[in-house]
Design a protein around this ligand. Structure first.
Ligand code: ADP
Ligand code: RBF
Ligand code: MG
Length: 381
């Protein structure tokens, strides 16, 4: 893949946060909150998501009651809200790369702890839906087992103690700012995986990565992943489709690389589950056929977009454009995080390198088998 990077620090144990790091809990919390505040005649606009990330349930509840001026106490709110939330736990999705990471570390006998601000009982019920997770963590510690939750270092120090390792030998993986602060205050190495595109706020972290797919355990003296092949990483395939819409009008004009943009309307939940980055797979275009495809999902840092867009480049020469046609994608592999570039030429060169990787690996059976995915034939192929 990339050029070997120097070792950052040797660790012997890994402490993971749960919500937002391994599980896509935000999605469920937002859905339930939305339905809840409507009962009080309010409209949920997602603005509290920031405030509740990485907080204890009590702190998060207080923020919502205050901001929405709900006519109930924080305690009343929790009494009513909590059971509604618990009913949804079985629906929480696993974040991309989480299962892979847990399997990898436990397969190599790296001691692992789960340390979350939520009560231990909740952690256990949430992970009970995930096969193999419970047995992979030798230590599970909840916010109710320490005096003060993150950003206090207490929960991580207690996790290290129970793992029987020095704090300085621990690597913390965290999505929230309070969690990163807690890890550093505990004297640990911290990799931040922000669940929001605000990586500039995570200055305390030893490394900031875009998703768990980008973690390089070898930088911390841990066994490297062995599933990258020819610059590509297989992922759990997922689908997205719809009519081709107008984009920013610069793909072919500025870059010489046309991207058949899909509307993001109705896909905000699906898009929030999938980290931004460069992916590849197969594309079915209603009247025309089936093609290899390489795409970017995200904010295109070079152009600093404010909206997350889906930009598939179909690896085929077309005679004209095909706006309005139904395009269906199956996304089967990952190449790299989105990046910024010092020049347009270097962005273009990188996208062509992505193209070559996708073109080559899509012939490997592991990826080529998805050509036959019935989803691609959807409407009229
Ligand atoms: P926009 O900003 O509107 O997406 P682009 O310059 O990115 O414009 O061009 C994309 C359009 O070009 C697509 O919507 C499609 O109609 C057409 N097109 C032609 N060839 C391709 C291709 N190989 N891959 C993707 N889109 C293509
Ligand atoms: N834009 C970026 O700013 N950074 C990237 O790393 C990046 N990678 C891309 C990779 C591929 C395979 C494709 C098709 C596009 C990529 N783009 C990237 C998006 C590009 O900026 C976008 O398609 C144009 O801005 C057209 O709107
Ligand atoms: Mg485009």
């Amino acid at each position: 893949m990339s050029i070997a990077k120097p070792l950052k620090k040797l660790v012997s144990a890994v402490i993971l946060d749960l919500d937002g790091t391994l599980l896509h809990t935000d999605g469920i919390v937002s859905d339930v909150l939305k339905a809840f505040v409507v009962k009080y005649g309010k409209q949920w606009d997602g603005r509290e998501t920031q405030k509740i990330l990485g907080r204890t349930p009590l702190e998060a509840a207080a923020a919502v009651v205050e901001d929405y001026e709900l006519p109930c106490s924080t305690d009343d709110f929790l009494t009513q809200f909590t059971p509604l939330l618990y009913d949804q736990w079985c629906k929480i999705k696993v974040l991309p790369g989480a299962n892979r990471l847990i399997k990898h570390l436990s397969g190599h006998n790296v001691p692992m702890a789960l340390a979350s601000n939520s009560p231990r009982e909740n952690i256990e019920s949430k992970i009970s839906y995930q096969q193999g997770w419970m047995g992979s963590f030798s230590v599970i510690i909840g916010g109710d087992e320490v005096r003060t939750g993150k950003p206090s270092p207490e929960i991580f120090l207690e996790a290290a103690k129970r793992l029987n390792v020095k704090p300085s030998s621990c690597l913390v993986i965290e999505d929230s700012l309070p969690g990163v602060t807690a890890g550093k205050a505990a004297g640990m190495e911290v990799v931040a995986v922000p669940s929001i595109p605000k990586s500039h706020l995570y200055t305390e972290a030893d490394e900031v990565i875009n998703s768990l797919l980008d973690l390089q355990p070898e930088l911390w003296g841990l066994p490297p992943f062995e599933d990258w092949m020819e610059g590509a990483l297989p992922i759990e395939p997922w689908h997205i489709g719809g009519p081709v819409v107008k984009g920013f009008g610069r793909g072919s004009k500025v870059l010489g690389i046309p991207t058949a943009n899909l509307s993001t309307k109705g896909y905000s939940a699906l898009l929030s589950e999938h980290p931004s980055g460069v992916y590849f797979g197969w594309a079915g275009l209603s009247s025309q056929g089936l093609y290899k495809m390489v795409m970017s999902i995200g904010w295109n840092p070079y152009f600093n977009n404010t909206e997350k867009t889906i930009e598939p480049w179909l690896l085929h020469e077309f005679d004209g454009d095909f706006y309005g046609e139904e395009l269906r994608l199956v996304i089967v592999g990952y190449i790299r995080p989105e990046a910024n570039f010092s020049s347009l030429e270097s962005l273009i060169a990188k996208i062509h390198e992505d193209r070559r990787i996708a073109e080559r690996v899509l012939d490997i059976p592991m990826y080529s088998q998805y050509r036959d995915d019935p989803y691609l034939k959807g409407s009229s192929l």
